[in-house]
Design a protein around this ligand. Structure first.
Ligand code: DLL
Length: 432
């Protein structure tokens, strides 16, 4: 373990540490962030009302719009002279959100990524190809710093230039690959097409995140690349990749809760839900200086488990992210997450893991089309066989998500490959 004390702390000790740190961060936010002071005054609370981690429920929530409203630097709680790095996330609409980090914030962030890498079995003897985008996106630089921090060798590729990625991964003998799962899939496909035998690569670990992915996608990547594929989770507002990561047990994503305190709340009532139950993930940064976040609503839907993991870590484990509440589609009244569609497509051997969903409204009725590529060995000129395959996938989707989509079987390679976060949905209804 990278930090055994923190990763294996007893739950009682952890609550104590979290209580001390919460008191400090609330004082810091109250005294140094006009935004939080106003919010707390509106709720008629002062830092004295926060004595232990149990008092966290008294604090106000923070949402993405608060960051937008205070663009660019309104939420900084230190003078700008203390900020050594800025990152930003554009989202699809409106102004970007901007996050500033002090030197200490960067150290905590690096530590989070280092804990993840160590949990995957990566050591200072390994080289890791970082194929997350570098720049304002936190993926590239975040993963980069984590690799350097454990003394490993970084290959700072950033995303894109896929042929060169393959060549250098091969020539430099990268042991690990850090990128989005969808880009990893594209890289796997490109390796296969290059004709270079997989045995000539030394890859054995993937650090995949930045977008929802399923267990079936994990299997696919592990088989196609002959690696162990691990989850890494994070978001710009909290620090970037390394808020948590999986361990060798691949049984939930450990969250580094000595720095980032997680809660699960009901997204409608905002009341806490019981451990193990699904809801919206909310984070409070316990040690952040530059831009502390109190009860930040991530919109990510998941559940938390507090039992000690088989690896010995006590750090809370998070289920795979089902999706974001704002990514949930309501089609003919049925709630559909793209991750559910992905799980079905990947469990059927006839189909490639490449799909695109188009939702529209015709004559006041929602239409739901899924384009999916067929594996070349299943291609046939016989109409009946193609119809049977369409029926098979539509039936399976009906039983899992409760709605029957129209299926369009696509030629190999016709669906656009992603080099960063994949885009799987086009909802034309939003344009109406
Ligand atoms: O995606 C940070 C990151 C970079 C994480 C590289 C992991 C690896 P944002 O662009 O702010 O930051 O997007 C954050 O992406 O709220 C989730 O919805 C989603 N997300 C991130 N990691 C995962 C994951 C980065 N492992 C948003 N599984 C989050 C599912 C994830 N969704």
């Amino acid at each position: 373990m990278w930090n055994e004390t923190a990763e294996k702390m007893s739950r009682v000790e952890m609550r104590k540490l979290q209580s001390t740190r919460l008191r400090n961060v609330v004082k810091h936010a109250y005294h140094n962030s006009p935004f939080y002071r106003r919010k707390m005054q509106e709720m008629d609370i002062t830092p004295d009302d926060i004595q232990s981690i149990d008092d966290i429920v008294k604090l106000p929530f923070t949402v993405k719009q608060d960051l937008r409203d205070n663009y660019p630097f309104g939420l900084m709680a230190v003078p700008m002279s203390e900020i050594v790095r800025l990152h930003a996330s554009s989202g699809t609409t409106g102004k970007p959100i901007v996050v500033g980090y002090t030197r200490k914030d960067l150290a905590v962030w690096k530590e989070g990524v280092s804990r993840c890498l160590t949990a995957y079995g990566v050591t200072k003897d390994d080289s890791i190809q970082v194929s997350y985008g570098y720049g304002l996106f936190t993926g590239g630089l975040g993963a980069h710093d984590g690799v350097e921090n454990i003394g490993g060798t970084v290959i700072p590729m950033s995303s894109g230039n896929t042929q060169k990625q393959i060549q250098l991964m091969h020539d430099f003998g990268a042991k690990g690959l850090a990128c989005t799962p969808s880009y990893a899939l594209f890289l796997a496909e490109t390796i296969h097409e290059s004709g270079i035998p997989l045995e000539e690569f030394q890859l054995r670990v993937g650090a995949f995140g930045a977008e929802p992915w399923t267990e079936n996608m994990r299997k696919e990547l592990e088989e196609k690349l002959h690696i162990k594929a691990y989850d890494i989770y994070g978001l710009t507002e909290i620090c970037g990749p390394g808020v948590g990561g999986e361990c060798e047990c691949q049984d939930g994503t450990h969250l580094w809760e000595d720095h980032f305190f997680p809660e699960i709340v009901d997204p409608v009532t905002l009341q806490p839900v019981e451990p193990g139950k699904q809801g919206e993930l909310v984070f409070t940064t316990l040690t952040k200086e530059g831009m502390p976040m109190l009860r930040y609503r991530t919109r990510d839907l998941t559940a938390l488990h507090y039992e000690t993991c088989a690896c010995g870590r006590t750090a809370v484990r998070m289920d795979r992210i089902l999706g974001r509440s704002d990514d949930m589609l309501i089609i003919r009244g049925v709630n559909v997450f793209p991750s559910q569609v992905e799980a079905v497509i990947l469990e059927l051997p006839e189909f490639e893991p490449h799909y695109f969903m188009i939702i529209d409204r015709v004559n006041n009725t929602d239409t739901f089309l899924i384009q999916v590529e067929l594996r070349p060995d299943y291609y046939s000129d016989e109409m009946n066989r193609m119809l049977a395959l369409k029926k098979k996938i539509a039936d399976r989707l009906l039983s899992v998500i409760g709605i029957r989509p129209e299926i369009k079987i696509m030629e190999p390679h016709s669906i656009e490959r992603s080099q960063g976060k994949a885009k799987h949905v086009q909802d034309n209804r939003k344009l109406l």
